[in-house]
Ligand binder design. Structure first.
Ligand code: C5P
Length: 298
């Protein structure tokens, strides 16, 4: 299975709600930077194996969102069988690209197929929303508007393909910590209801890269930079290399840069890698579909 990462082309953050979440107006895009996932049949229970960078994933297997997703599906549909989930980690961990949510979406799709449940996307999306705000989009993929806490989705018309450079950080950031920083930076001020600018949607509709680059925006960026000041230097370096747009991805610290084309993307990636300000920089393209089955091992 492929479980793609997401970026927020626009992330408008509104007031803190009574349930501890912030009202959002966001535009998600799924990228071809994806975790590989395999689901293997098992008599009972849910287990997890991580390869490659898996040791970076914090916490115990029972805290892993993919395991929680499989358990939630198993419970809802009273499944007797078990599953072993194998994840080949490509998406930066705690990097603001919904890596954990992607794995949860992959687990829902994979277990649905493995256990022959025949759940519709809408049924999976309902469970997804309970697992985390970004999980429904990780299932959905493409380009979509996200409202409420991010789980209410509307597809967005986007033409063409966009080339991004994804620069990972040496450190991670905790999403609740970044939202808390956002709150402290806005303390005593009324936070207006967020709204996605029509110019950004028009840029996507036309496939106009320059207009998209100019309209990229992330309300969490100042909070992420306050916690990791070096991110500002990395964004500046990307602009110097001619990025059409540069921003922190979600709650960070991964930064994304819009390139003119693959050749420019390569130049940008090499240039950013030499700054010493990021751990790695690589090209990713979007939009791509959401979590999907590529092979089923019976
Ligand atoms: O939904 P999820 O578990 O991914 O959210 C993680 C944390 O991010 C929440 O506990 C909350 O602190 C913050 N968050 C938020 N508003 C949102 C989404 C997430 O404050 N819309």
């Amino acid at each position: 299975m492929e479980a793609p990462a997401k970026i927020n082309l626009y992330l408008g953050v509104g007031p803190l709600r009574d349930d501890g979440y912030h009202e959002l107006a966001t535009v998600f895009q799924a990228l071809d930077l994806a975790d590989g996932m395999t689901v293997l049949p098992k008599a009972s229970g849910v287990s997890l194996e991580m390869d490659r960078d898996g040791e970076q994933v914090p916490g115990r297997a029972s805290d892993n969102l993919a395991v929680k997703a499989a358990r939630a599906l198993k419970k809802r549909y009273k499944v007797k069988h078990g599953v072993e989930i194998v994840i080949s980690k490509e998406i930066p961990v705690a990097g603001g690209m919904a890596g954990g949510s992607a794995d949860a979406a992959g687990a829902l799709v994979g277990c649905n197929a493995l256990w022959g449940l025949g759940c519709s996307n809408a049924e999976l999306a309902e469970i997804a929303a309970q697992l985390g705000s970004d999980v429904p989009f990780s299932l959905h993929g493409g380009t979509a508007l996200g409202a409420s806490r991010g789980e209410v989705l509307t597809p967005v018309l986007a033409t063409g393909e966009f080339t991004w450079v994804v620069a990972t950080s040496f450190t991670s950031l905790s999403t609740p910590e970044v939202y808390a920083k956002f709150d402290s930076m806005h303390a005593g001020r009324a936070v207006p209801a967020p709204k996605v600018p029509p110019a950004l949607l028009a840029a996507l509709r036309k496939g106009d890269q320059s207009a998209l680059g100019m309209n990229l925006h992330n309300d969490l960026q100042p909070a992420a930079i306050a916690l990791r000041p070096e991110l500002d230097l990395l964004l500046e370096a990307g602009r110097d290399y001619g990025a059409l747009g540069a921003m922190v991805s979600g709650s960070g610290p991964t930064c994304v840069f819009l390139a003119r084309d693959d050749e420019h993307g390569l130049e940008l990636a090499v240039g950013l890698s030499t700054t010493g300000l990021c751990r790695s920089a690589r090209i990713a393209r979007g939009p791509v579909p959401g979590a999907r089955t590529t092979t089923i091992i019976p």
